[in-house]
Design a protein around this ligand. Sequence first.
Ligand SMILES: [Zn+2]
Length: 239
Amino acid sequence: KCSVGEKQASGILERLDAGEIVIGDGGFVFALEKRGYVKAGPWTPEAAAEHPEAGAQIVGVNCHFDPVTCVKTVKLMKEGVEKAGLKAHFMSQPLAYHTPDCNCQGFIDLPEFPFSLEPRILTRWDMQKYAREAYNAGIRYIGGCCGFEPYHIRALAEELKHGSWGSGLEMHTKPWVRARARRDYWENLKPASGRPFCPSMATPDGWGVTKGHADLMQQKEATSEEQLKALFDKASKGH
Ligand SMILES: [Zn+2]
């Protein structure tokens, strides 16, 4: 994970201390898979978790939930940090997928995970809204994780650094498109999915296995036919 900004020379803490907004760029594995560079295999964890010593300088959340959930979570963290009389910078790196129907494990339990999540992708305007809400919540490291594409990162930067809400359409040849060169059009639009037989919400899987359960152990050798069959049977029986 790296950050993109004008002042590449200084470190992230110096930039946050100086009051700068840092736009984070995530979405590593998912982006590479979509571009064909990586074929999904064992799905090993994409990032190693760091364990900062007590007194973390940047506090936040990463992955598993949409921007709405992540901003709400960081707001709660900020309240907690302030209540304890501590100071920190705050960050959020949500998914670029809408996940209002998730349970507590987030998008990994959605039936669409990981290869049919596209209908849930945030538009650039959803991203601009997220950038503003994160900023208003006091978050200054504003980034993204799985599902983020370069145009999403651009939308964050546009909202917070050099904003535009469709003004690029002012010169469009079609008058009905020129009529969309305004913020309230995109802000109030409820984009259609074009999928008449699809539900707007899904029912997350609920296998009921948590840390320590044998089913969650990763083995070094390839998953066998029998092991796969057992899982397929469990899934089709509704576990
Ligand atoms: Zn992620």
